[in-house]
Design a protein. Sequence first.
Length: 648
Amino acid sequence: MTDYGAQDIEVLEGLEPVRRRPGMYIGGTDDNAYHHLASEIIDNAMDEAVAGHATSIEVVLEDAHTLMVHDNGRGIPTDPHPRFPGKSALEVIFTTLHAGGKFSGKSYETSGGLHGVGSSVVNALSERLEVEVTRDRTRFRQLFSRGLPTSDLETSKAPARQRGTTVRFQPDPEIFGKQAFSAIRLYRLCKNKAALFRGVTIRWSCNPDLLKGDDTPPKEDVIHYPNGLADALRAEINNENTLLTPLWAGEADLPRTADGKTGGRVEWAVAFLDRGTSGLTSYCNTIPTPQGGTHENGLRAALVKGFRHWGDQRKIRRSAAITAEDVLGTINAKLSVFIRDPQFQGQTKDRLTTQEASRLVEGALRDRIDHWLGGNPQQADALVGYIVERAEERLRRRENKETSRKSATRKLRLPGKLTDCSRTNAHDTEIFLVEGESAGGSARQARDRETQAVLPLRGKILNVASATAEKLHANQELRDLIEALGCGIGKQLNLDRLRYGRIIIMTDADVDGAHIASLLMTFFYREMPELVRDGHLFLAQPPLYRLTHGGKTVYAMNDQDRVRRLKTDFKPNAKVEISRFKGLGEMPVSDLKETTMNPARRTLLRVTIPPEDNLLTRDRIESLMGRKPELRFRFIQEHADSVELLDI
């Protein structure tokens, strides 16, 4: 037994945890994480603008790996920090996690930075970082590398007139490999930030050597949106037809808190389209929230209730049937909120989870949508009538789908746990059988809604090889499965009524998952053998490991594959980040989709019954899954010598 003592306990000091596990702070080491560093530094400059202390931000892409961001705000404090003798506040901010001016709310009522994490994380993951601060008519400068200062805080004797902060940094190739900044991606980021705060001007410039290809930004540009989100949305939908002119746009203060402090602000711009691309883009404290959140819920609720109320007032038929789905399908919208102490899902802040935000946004917009509709009753009637038509079309599609599904299953309902696909042609569809609601939730997010259905099963199903027919028909999990497939079992099996072209067993890549897959294959072999013979049954192949280094990510199916991948896909001594997936329910949705559910990239194993070995197959299933344990014991004894490696 290996000794385990105090000498085995590691203590990571300073910013070493960030360099050891960058994924915990910026979501990984891929291209998105690389550009996330730029976003953090620009967000800090934007916080100065939102707080009313800066009006101009300069973003310069000096080369493929060097970005400079300058704001004309107050400048980071450079005086000695009271809790860290011998260190300036600037050095503390860039070398200490959770150090900054955004905790108390005194310096920033609303902010988008990582609350004392952003600057230090960028520093920790940069090969070189330079900070220059001008305040009190004095210029200060300090250099850092990989989280550590490489110079003292230098003071320039020459008088300085302009105040502000300049940060120039180069992401560390030891962490990110050969990745580089994308000029067009940074330019679009600057345009989004400028739209979120109409009082700021962002001056963009880029090294001309980086401007190659068709999709490139201008070499220089002054980005300013006097009307904020409304100007940005008009530019975005320039070639699309709108139902109403002008847009519904505005801004409003959110209610103050109990202690009298500002509750924040909300700004919105909504275009109603008769065709074109619909969508909702949202932000919190200038941070993009691509997965939405509670602020989007508030906007949706305000729109739905507003349209229903108007339809009821004007006696527009079936306006009560309007749902958020009907409204979102007609709009291209932008929403921005500024609130105190926002709560996000995950460190990269893709989704806002602050519960109060939904109520605050709905409350701020509810009266305003009524007032806007009342300002032009004829246009409002036409708009609500158009949305009602969408609602009626949605109900017709649902009714037609339910009719066809009911006909196929010869029953009046489908299992409540089934998340069905929208396409009705069985040849082009597939159903994933997954273990548990957790895995079911991940699969629902990763699936193609048009062609892929998901049915979660509760743990290990009944072993039909050792159960009576009465137990089979009484088992709810199997009844749900039979009902979802719609083709019957046993003598009543009719493949013409099969509702899906492929049935895919998708279980965890471990022993329990293999056991569940075995039970399901036994069920299909015993009760639906023709379905198997016709090639409808498949096994998904989810990976067990994800291996990441720099911008490269590969997946390994098992321990042997992991060892092989490390040798063949990465250089010797490379610091490869290895993640072991505990199960489908804990696998990131993007990984599940990329590796296991996307038909263009996944690997499926087709389950077959060899015609020439039909009798052998039946005997083998009876031995391994049947009612006689002595047959299983005999099989183990006879084949024990053939087991070379138990790979779990």
